[in-house]
Design a protein around this ligand. Structure first.
Ligand code: ADP
Ligand code: ASP
Ligand code: MG
Length: 851
């Protein structure tokens, strides 16, 4: 590191450990700047005192107007100039400032009230003058615009203790001389330095409050540094004072990777170079005025952006150069959007290889006073395209048309095209220099977000890549690009529908595992929505899974709207979206194709989609072309890897010949227990008491649920099969199917005689009864009770175990068996969780991002 870097480097290190302790007492000079929000009301103004008690020998505090004041003054100046009434706004603004003064100076020790009242009298006079003025009113308008800084500087001076405490006040117009120009307002350093030196010899101030924003032109006329210009004022005074540091206090923790109002996930940048800050500010990052850096850069004054609302945060240090290793964190530092642009294109075959075309075009624009924000030219030189401000677009078009009138007339140029409603997205970072792939990553992210790029430019410094896009795409593009550079590619926005038994079990599993996944495997699962049939709770960031169910009963919770829910889950600022449907509702399943087509992954333990209407099943398959995946491992055998196994067999080219399974834990338990010692009906009753059956055991005994699972397996095995195609043997005798549940339970022993007869017959043949789902080419799909030899896999299960046996070309004589507990909320939820993780793991290579 060069010696020039040492001070900033140290400052960064100590700022991180303790922001205020870092400030060395003694011979230092420090400039603080407080923005509008930091002086928004009396409470905020009174809170500034401890922030400037920094032990520096010389302190200058540059202030903006109270938040909203300049906007009001700009409006009043316009009203006055156009003959409208401004008195109401003037009175309201005066009242606001007087009320603030009353709180800051309750005993009127500083005479604040009268001083503020006088400032407003002067403002009124200026407005009256403006209303009756004819001719040049620029200085008068500037005087009105700058009135807010004059008053706020009084308020701040008093809040810091006033003259009694040694705080002087400087009206920047007494020393700051500037000249408005093409590139913004330029400082007349010589004149300013001279006046500043003079003022200093007179005042010798050690503590001074300075008005931001305002200045004077060489001829003495009032002017301003342009909207948001008090950052620039602060930098100029840091230079004039030859300060050791400039602290710009605002309402965010520092410079963020993107505008936090557009990208909720934006992160604070600990350091950046002057050049990066310049570029970001130029391309619209409101946190800093674009001209702020030059005056501090020439004296290598470190600049720190800090938060008045959170003064212990270290802030962002802007330094001559980035610390070493900085680019390893992210090659891109910040992303910005500039709106209200237009693309101007001059195209024509006759321009190929004609020297001077570009020069002629830009000269024409220059003469017309149009500033070119971005330039790009195709390497074929077939067209030249540049981006200009929308407000100058028509002027630009006319100027270029005039310059190329001959070429257009002779058809060697096709004419000038103007595309309006354009925004520029700029990615900025010193670390982009020489790092390949940064642009590719940006373009891939934009392509995935379906953002069409109109023009591309890379600054010759390689510190900036800018793309022109449709204005309507701006926020989406910014969020997509931000997530590509700052978020783990495995960040998934999750919505859960139906927090029943399985849903709740999943929530508790998520609560336990999410932090570990984030820490260990870059998988960042964010539960951002939860819904039941009545309500939904949505969160911009994330809902803690342990609190999710409670969020549904809060008073403000809106009614459940599946489309709004899906739109929220598919957040633009997060790379991936996934809905978990634990609702068991057919109505919800109908949304799957639409959700999948929109790029939202769907995971469910519900059988509706997998075993329902064939057309919808096909629609779901097709919708997955978006890259989104539909996963339903938990529909068969709960957490057991049944579907996955089947998929792997097929994907690796095996041929499924038969599937046999015990797919109902209830029926497995019944036949495991049915040895003749107790009647079948007694076992059904016991199973019901143990909670193994549905409330109406006929739902299990009918075999329908098993048939659904068989349909799911058959489809997964590549068959076009529906529930009607399955031959299902119901264990409920015909005459008991329509009776009430109570009557059925009362007449349960009518099942016993036929079942006993089947058992006796099987035992006589040395076989065992099992409830089996079977699928094969020869026998089709059927579900029912069969007698199996004692060495069959299905005869070696325990309790409620599920079992699925795959007979395939490879596993022909010794079939592949998956066996284990196949029911219960915990294992079902684990199956669902497994699907979520399988999807998250597949995302690292960009599969399945938003379509
Ligand atoms: P002040 O009144 O202190 O000058 P501004 O409102 O001018 O504050 O600037 C701070 C605001 O800039 C923040 O509140 C934030 O909304 C906005 N902003 C836009 N882009 C960024 C960014 N990249 N980093 C931080 N803030 C940003
Ligand atoms: N008060 C001025 C404005 O609102 C200057 C500033 O706040 O930086 O533009
Ligand atoms: Mg500002």
């Amino acid at each position: 590191m060069s010696s020039a870097l040492q001070l900033p480097g140290d400052a960064v290190a100590s700022a991180a450990s303790s922001a205020l302790a870092a400030l060395q007492p003694g011979g230092t000079t420090r400039v603080h700047k407080f923005g509008g929000s930091s002086v928004a009301d009396a409470g905020r103004i009174l809170a500034l005192a401890p922030l400037v008690e920094d032990g520096a020998a010389v302190r200058a505090v540059v202030v903006s107007a109270m938040a909203g004041t300049t906007n009001a003054l700009v409006a009043m100046a316009e009203q006055a100039s156009s003959g409208q009434d401004w008195s109401g706004e003037w009175a309201a603004l005066r009242e606001r400032h007087l009320a603030t003064a009353a709180v800051i100076d309750p005993a009127d020790r500083h005479g604040l009230r009268d001083a503020v009242a006088r400032d407003f009298d002067a403002l009124r006079d200026d407005l009256l003058a403006l209303a009756s003025a004819s001719g040049e009113t620029g200085a008068l308008v500037a005087q009105v615009h700058g009135a807010g800084e004059l008053v706020s500087s009084r308020l701040v001076q008093a809040a810091l203790g006033g003259e009694a405490a040694g705080w002087q006040r400087l009206d920047a117009r007494d020393v700051l001389v500037v000249q408005p120009g093409e590139m913004g307002v330029a400082v007349d350093w010589e004149a300013s330095r001279e006046r500043f030196a003079e003022w200093r010899t007179r005042q010798r101030p050690e503590k001074v409050v300075v008005t931001g924003f305002v200045a004077r032109e060489r001829d003495g006329r009032s002017t301003t540094l342009g909207r948001n210009g008090s950052d620039y004022s602060a930098a100029i005074f840091a230079n004039l004072f030859d300060a050791d540091e400039l602290l710009i206090w605002t309402d965010v923790d520092g410079v963020l990777s993107a505008d936090p109002r557009l990208v909720p996930d934006a992160t604070v940048l600990p350091t950046m170079s002057y050049a990066e800050a310049c570029e970001l500010a130029y391309f619209g990052a409101k946190v800093l005025h674009p001209q702020t850096m030059a005056p501090v850069q020439s004296r290598a004054i470190p600049l720190c952006i800090r938060n008045t609302l959170n003064p212990s945060a270290p802030g962002t240090w802007i330094l001559p150069e980035n610390p070493e290793g900085d680019a390893e964190i992210s090659p891109v530092k910040g992303l910005t959007i500039v709106r209200d642009m237009a693309v101007l294109e001059l195209a024509g075959n006759g321009m190929v290889g004609v020297p001077g075309t570009a020069e002629k075009l830009f000269a024409a624009l220059h003469r017309a006073g149009v500033s070119v924000v971005m330039i790009s030219q195709g390497s074929s030189e077939h067209s030249i395209c540049c981006v200009v401000r929308a407000s100058q677009a028509q002027r630009a078009k006319a100027a270029v048309e005039a310059a190329f009138a001959d070429a257009i007339a002779s058809a060697s140029a096709q004419g000038v095209n103007l595309t309006s409603d354009v925004a520029i997205l700029a990615a900025v970072g010193d670390g982009m220099v020489g790092i390949p792939g940064v642009a590719a990553r940006l373009f891939a992210a934009l392509a995935q977000a379906q953002v069409n790029i109109r023009a591309i430019a890379q600054g010759s410094s390689e510190r900036n890549i800018s793309v022109a896009i449709a204005d309507a795409d701006a926020t989406r593009a910014l969020r997509a690009a931000h997530s590509a550079f700052w978020l783990s590619p495995q960040t998934v926005s999750i919505g859960l529908i139906g927090p029943g038994q399985v849903g709740r079990a999943l929530l508790s599993q998520l609560a336990a595992v999410i932090p570990k996944l984030r820490a260990n495997s870059q998988i960042d699962l964010r539960l951002r929505g939860i819904a039941n049939s009545g309500y939904m709770a949505l969160d911009h960031f994330a809902i803690h899974p342990a609190e999710a169910v409670e969020r549904l009963v809060e008073m403000s919770t809106p009614a459940f709207d599946p489309d709004a829910f899906a739109a929220h889950v598919r957040a633009e600022h997060l790379p991936h979206a996934l809905i978990v449907d634990c609702s068991g509702s057919e109505a919800i399943a109908r949304h799957y194709p639409k959700w999948l087509a929109a790029g939202i992954h769907v995971v469910t333990p519900s059988k509706h989609a997998g075993s329902g209407d064939w057309e919808r099943y096909v629609a779901i398959r097709e919708a997955q072309r978006s890259g989104a995946r539909f996963m339903y491992e938990a529909t068969v055998g709960a957490g057991l890897p049944v579907i996955n196994t089947l998929r792997n067999l097929r994907d690796t080219g095996d041929e499924i010949q038969a599937i046999d399974g015990m797919l109902s834990g209830t029926l497995a338990w019944l036949f495991n227990s049915f040895d003749g010692s107790r009647p079948f009906s007694a076992l059904v009753r016991e199973a019901r008491e143990l909670g193994y059956t549905e409330p109406d055991p006929r739902d299990d005994l009918s075999g329908l649920d098993v048939a659904r699972k068989l349909v799911i397996l058959a489809r997964e095995a590549g068959r076009e099969l529906s529930l009607d195609d399955v031959v299902v043997e119901s264990l409920v005798p015909e005459h008991l199917r329509e009776v009430s549940r109570d009557e059925f339970l009362a007449r349960l022993d009518e099942l016993d005689a036929p079942m006993q007869a089947r058992l006796v017959d099987a035992v006589a043949r040395g076989l065992k009864l099992r409830h089996i789902a079977h699928l094969s080419q020869a026998e089709g799909a059927r579900v029912g009770v069969v007698a199996l030899p004692a060495d069959h896999a299905c005869c070696h299960t325990r309790l409620t175990d599920n079992l699925v046996q795959f007979t395939t070309a490879r596993y022909a004589s010794n079939p592949l068996v998956v066996q284990g507990p196949g029911a219960g909320p915990q294992v079902t939820a684990a199956g669902v969780f497994g699907d979520i993780l399988a999807i998250a793991h597949s995302l690292s290579n960009g599969i399945g991002a938003h379509a």
